[in-house]
Design a protein around this ligand. Sequence first.
Ligand code: 5AD
Ligand code: SF4
Length: 446
Amino acid sequence: MNTDPRPTVYIETYGCQMNVSDTELMLGKLTASGYESVEKPDGADVILINTCAIRDHAEQRVIGRLGELKSKMKREAVLGVTGCMAQRLGSQLLDRVKHVSLVIGPDGYRELPSLIESARAGVRATSVEFDLEEHYEDFTPRRFDGVKAWIPVQRGCDYKCTYCIVPTTRGPERSRQLAEVIRETESAVASGISEVVLLGQTVNSYHDGTNDFADLLRAVGAVPGIRRLRFTSPHPNDFSDRVIRAMAEIEAFCEHVHLPMQSGSTRTLRRMLRRYTREQYLDCVDRLRAAIPNVSLTTDIIVGFPGETEDDFEETLSAVRTIGFEDAYTFKFSMRDGTPATRFPASDRVTDEVASDRLARLIATVRGANRERNMGLLGARREVLVEKPARRGGLLQSRTRDFKTVMIPGDLSLIGKYLQVELTGTTGSTFLGQIVAQRASLPMAG
Ligand code: 5AD
Ligand code: SF4
């Protein structure tokens, strides 16, 4: 018999790491308010779907999932939609999906317990106000990951890239106070975590009124117990010399930067309002590489942006070849209502057929170069941090400082440990490794 009177809550997360971090904050808040977190929607008293709005496909998945949940959930359960799609659609979602009773945008999570209470009494509600002060400082995140901590340092975005819905769904940019970020880092370390990933939409534009991103990196990197420090995602224009110098000098800073390029064509970049040219992007790459030897670079690229010609696309391919990204997340442009890109003339649209063809060629270019580079790394040794069980083969998934994924044999007790491995095989993108030594008590690789 269940003697536990606590109501149960299940949260499903879509989209970026900022959403994962928001889910951790929501779960922290709700468990502190007397809810029990459960891992399945079936039978839960409260179900929240934390959503993404970046591409139409992301929203269609959520609509499909909401339909599926209708037959799974208890009749009296409260179903809420949170995150970017909630912010974008607001009360329209309540009209469209009758079994949804709460719609809460990214700045509304403080009200979760009271809104859920009302919803359980039958009151449907929408909360989509921005709150420029909101950083949820008094929430204690309930972390899913025991190895690395996602720490938000900035919310919102002040760039207005013409394709992007994020400034609409997450509001204006604001930074947390440095002292709060340090407090959270120290508490993550106290729970056994040694890797932190600082999160922000344009994280390197961080400024809390007194400290810039370089100050923040140095302060987090100096927290005793931090062995790996990363951040995502930066904007190329916000890499001041100060920031790059800090990255180069901080021992814990890992030699990997995710540097969204979006396009290799200056003409397209201009229409995207990315605020840099191809040459300026290449210059940013050069500055990072000069300061941080062997830094690995990954990127985001959009194909089929309105007005993108075959020549523009060729420039993207050539930038990919010249730079030699370790990996690229590639997307077909998706038109989002409310973004400036909707105002380009219809004649600028790139057909789906052309966009699909470009995407396939881009992926082939990225993969071909990776395979070659990764084959060349076989036999090399690297320090890895063991993250979690791999999805297949009874192996463990681990990561090098420069962000390569290495599958290794071993039991679950190795999770969270630093090991020295030899790279023995590659699928082209990920590696297989053999453990050479356990490094837990050795000094950090620098
Ligand atoms: N269509 C396709 N891709 C997009 N991204 C952002 N907005 C869109 C859009 N409308 C991509 C960008 C961004 C990544 C998170 O998603 O590449 O860096
Ligand atoms: Fe979107 Fe541009 Fe902001 Fe990134 S920087 S979230 S791409 S508007």
